[in-house]
Each structure stands twice: as C-alpha cells, then as structure tokens.
Design a binder for this molecule. Sequence first.
Ligand SMILES: Cc1ncc(COP(=O)(O)O)c(C=O)c1O
Length: 474
Amino acid sequence: MLSHFFLLHSSGARFKNRGFMIPFRIKVVEPIRFLSLKEREQKIGDAGLNVFRLKSSDVTIDLLTDSGTSAMSNAQWAAMMIGDEAYAGSTSFFKLEKTVQELMGLPFVIPTHQGRAAEQLLDFTLVKPGQMVPGNTHFDTTKAHIEFRGGRCVDCTIKEGKTPEGEHPFKGNLDIQTLETCLKKEGSEKIAYVLITMTCNSNGGQPVSLENIAAVAALCKKFKVKLFLDAARFAENAYFIQQREKGFYEKSIGEIVQRMFSFADGCTMSAKKDGLVPIGGFLALRDKILFETMKPHDILFEGFYTYGGMSGMDMEAMAQGLKEVIQKDYLEHRVGQVAYLGRRLKKGGVPVVEPFGGHAIFIDGREFYKNVPKDQFPAQLACVEIYKEGGVRGVEVGACLAGRDPDTGKNIMPALDLCRLAIPRRVYTQEHFDYVAEIVLGAHEKGKGRKTGLKFDQETPQGIRHFTSTFKYV
Ligand SMILES: Cc1ncc(COP(=O)(O)O)c(C=O)c1O
C-alpha cells in the first residue's frame, strides 16, 4: 500500500525529484531576520533554553507550529471585508454553519475561539470525575482538559505508532483489541466518550484509516458510547486515505471527508490548522439535545452562540478556508512539501519519524543524541541546538511535554521523544527548506559526541509545563 504512495510521489506529477510546484503566487511578503551566532546564543540563553520563550523577531525560520500560522488566500481576505459583526444572528455565522454542515455532515455547529475552547465545552459536558476517554495519543490540551474535569486518557494507539521506524501507512490507528478490552473492563458508565485524533499530532502527524475509524465506531455502537473526532487536521488525514488506503484513490477529498465524519457523533475543531486561519474553531454535533445543553456554556465562556469568541471576519475567513483546504492541488503540494524536507533530512543521516506525517517532520531526539540519557531531554536539546545553529525554531514533543502523572506525580517517559519541525501552510518555499535542512544537518554533525543534555532550572509546577519551564545544561 505504502510503496504505491511513494511511487506516486517520486514519479512527481509536476517536477521529477523536486516535489511539487506551488499552486499559488505570492502577493504579500514579510521580511526575515538573520541574527549572528553570538546573538542567537544570547537569545536562547535569556529564554531559559525554552524556544517558547523566544521572541518571534529573533527567529529566522519559524517551525514552532502549523497552528494559526497559515498564509490566507486573496479569497479569504476578500471574504473578511463582508464579515457581519452582529452580536446575534450574524450572516457570517450562518455561512460558516452551512459550510461545516455540507463538508462534515454534522448538523449542529457551536463556534469557539479555538480548538481547546471546543474541548473545554465538550469535556465540561461529558466528562465526570473518574471517567475514561480512550483514544490515540491525545494532544496536550485535549489531555489537560480531560484531566481538569477529573477524567483520564487511555492511549490505545497501535504499537507501530509508538516507534519512529517502520512503514505502516496509518500509524495513527487505534488498536481495536486494546480499545475493546478497555471498553469491556470499564463498562459504558465509566467511558465519557472515545476520541480519534486525525491526523495524530502527538505521534508524528500520522493518519488514521477509514477502515480503523469504522471499526472504532462499530465498537462504540456495541458498547453504547459516543465517538468524537479531533478534526484539527481532517483534510490532511483525508488526503492520506486517498493516497494510501485501498479503494479510495478515485474518490474526491470531499467524499472521503464525508465518510470520515459519517461515523462520528461530533468533532472538536481547531481551525488554526485545516481551517487555514490565524484563529478560530468549533464544536460540531449530531445530537440536538447535546447541542442545546452546550449552548449556554458557550455563551458563558466564549460569547453568543452565533460568534463564540470570533469576529464575523474570522468566521468568513474560516468558511472560505474550509473550502480551500480540501482542494487536491493544495493538499498535494502541502504534504509533498513536508515530505521534501523529510527526504532531505533522511538523506543527510538525520533520524526522522517515518512515514512522514501531514504537517511536520519529527526528529527522533534519542537517536539525534544517541549518548544523551533519556531523562535529560534530548529532543528539547535538539530544539535548542538547531536554533543556535541557524535560527530555526522547532518544538519538543516528548518527555517535557508529557509532564507528570497526575496520580503519582512522577515524570512520564513517553515512547517517543521528538523535536517537531511543523510546517506552516502556504508560507515557506523549497529554498527555505533547503536552508532548514542545512541547519539541522549542521546541528546533528556537531552533536555527535555529546553525552549530556538538559535539566529543569525552573519547572512550571502545574498543567502544561513545556510552555513556560526553563532549563540548564547538565
Ligand atoms: C490535535 C490537536 N488538537 C487540539 C489542538 C488545540 O487547538 P488550539 O491550539 O486551537 O486550541 C491542537 C493544537 O495544536 C492539536 O494539534
């Protein structure tokens, strides 16, 4: 299955061996700043060896996140001009609602200012203390919201999804046996809902197959529990299904998206990813009663339920973005661009997670620094050293992000300790990725003999520690 995928890409519909021609022209530019090595060392030192604490003006190529960093199209900017800023009943909301209904087939849409606000709404309503939410490697804000309500996450990702090697085409899949055992053991009262994150950010942007979504849905039906999708990267997931799953190559992305959502009771959406906007999100539901239950909570925390923390302009841009993101030439270029960087790094000997995901290249920190002990944050060290080498900012998705077990207080040691280079949508060109590859290769070469890593200087005591903690060299 996978070799079919690679064959398609390497034969190149547009350029032999060079990825894909950009399916847009550039109309607005933003200058990039280059700092000297001495300045970069100073800046990252002042930031406590935590890339989140850097100023963006001190970054040359910013691969911290693909969230809210997309370039908008001329059609999105034009749509913003007709944004309706009415407090209640905004026409921009109804446009957004119709777009979501047509795209995902979910009838009830609650706008929120971003993805985690949709998670907050969902978990406030569905999660009770002691309940479980089984899923595939929950994203950090997702996990934090579930735990904040007294719930617990159960990771049911397939074993192939927990290793950086191997050519499994759908490493985001849930292990059906593990899920069934969990549902049987806990019983439906102890399960708040089941969550599928597609693509799965925390294990390398890996996709989930339609076959797997259907199998999970069948189990949910059997045990009478609800199934939700974390839809932040739904279009990239659909593209992988089209390219890798038997029987879908002739189907349009729109058709595949319809099929994916047809199995779910609802979804949370961070539109900062596959909505192609700087801010925005929503919760979409199939059940009217649940929808009516959640509305007052939206009003309390986000704003009236026809804007939910967004301006009319934001909703217009999102409605247009949701239409653009399922276009095949866009997705082909987007996923091709990520793979281009992945191939360049792999060729230079950098250990990267394979197959390449949809939104980012993930460097295996433990292999990048083979001799640095696991508990000295090798992936965090890679982020710091790559920034020092050339002002490229990635982010750790590993032992620091995993945090501490809420019950024992012990550091969690995740299966993978990764440095993520997330690619903003429609922002950088191939030349930028050639530069990034050179910088990462340089940092890799320099770090070969390294034996020590990092330790906390000041660890943020609660919740999501990776954003604010500071580090020291061991
Ligand atoms: C898979 C996934 N779910 C949820 C979120 C949270 O979305 P937001 O940042 O819009 O709150 C993110 C953000 O990166 C994500 O990657």
